[in-house]
Design a protein around this ligand. Sequence first.
Ligand code: CAP
Ligand code: MG
Length: 418
Amino acid sequence: MGYIQLNYRPKETDVICEFYIEPAGIPLQKAAEHVAAESSIGTWTEVSTMSEGIRKKGAKVFFIDGKNNEVKIAYPIELFEKGNIPSILSGVAGNIFGMKVIKNIRLQDIHFPKSLVRSFNGPEFGIDGIRKMLKIRDRPLLGTIIKPKLGLPPEKHANVAFEAWLGGCDLVKDDENLTDQDFNHFKKRVLLTLKAKEKAEKITGEKKAYMPNITAETFEMLKRAEFVKSHGGNYLMVDILTLGWAALQTIRNAHFKLPLHAHRAGHAAITRNKKHGISMLTIAKIARLIGVDSLHIGTAVGKMEGPASEIIDIEEEIEKNLISNKKHTLEQKWYNLKPVFAVCSGGLYPALVPDLIKLLGKNIFIQMGGGIHGHPYGTKAGAKAARQAIDAVMQNKSLKEYSKTHKELRIALEHWKG
Ligand code: CAP
Ligand code: MG
């Protein structure tokens, strides 16, 4: 039995992958066959060691759309190790990207069966857990990234965070490339910024969160997580792509009982080319499976590339109780995996808030770096302006209207022309 089985109806227990495949000088069906073989049990030629029993375990190409270069492949669950993302991806997102018979290939989406979903922890907190922790019922959460990205000493870092919290930010995070540099050592930054958080909570009467970036070699990352936890921290931040999937599983499976904020620095190396690589939707599903609580997904209105339709799909997938793409045979719920907060960040400023909420709803983090610290009146006013923009939307008022009685917002709207 070959790999092409267009009348095959995938089993509930199969892993299903949706690919965009552009063959290199061979028919699409032939290319799909090579992909199915290479990503499951085969290689470039028949081998004497193959048996009928093993052949039955091969991947099955059950859908080919020649017009759109879409191919769907079902993989028997036995081909995979439960609980092991690196091994799963070494199969369905491994050698296939480099095969000569393929000009371009992109893993567009992946659907996991119940037994595989159950072998991962999923989010510890999810949307409800974070809302409960911060006592924020239904509005979007407001975050900032301390800027400049690098260079501030810990005292200044903590002070900028304090100003942002006073102005109305719920969350303050380190930037993706700030970890433990000589100009700003991790431990000192965490201690001073947590102190600033406590002070801001007392003054504002609001719960706040600080997300220190613990991205580092795995053992060191665990030590930094322990340090944050033992000093009263309430959130951890990790750069999931540069860390790697195994490290993300390590930090999640260590059960620090702190929400995990997933920055996706580097994702565009594999997600940006719409013909080759891995979709952000696939990345987001894997991150949720492993168990991040908040995940950068793009903004569609800010400075980073990413079509609105794709970003809306991702938001749907990580917020809702995931159901698979209706186009293919299996309707899979994700068996109560907690929903994940979509994080919108990148080139945002107050004038963009109404469109953002219209596009992505209220279960989002709205994060502004330059859009807060670049305010003419400074960080605190910048945070106020951003919070006022969110409050205006929550009260169904236009920003123009609201800015008549909120000067920080008015200044921001003038400074960054809508
Ligand atoms: C945003 C940011 C974020 C990126 C991430 C930056 O700062 O801190 O890391 O937006 O992009 O370093 O650029 P600004 P994404 O608010 O000043 O742009 O969320 O798309 O992964
Ligand atoms: Mg950043």
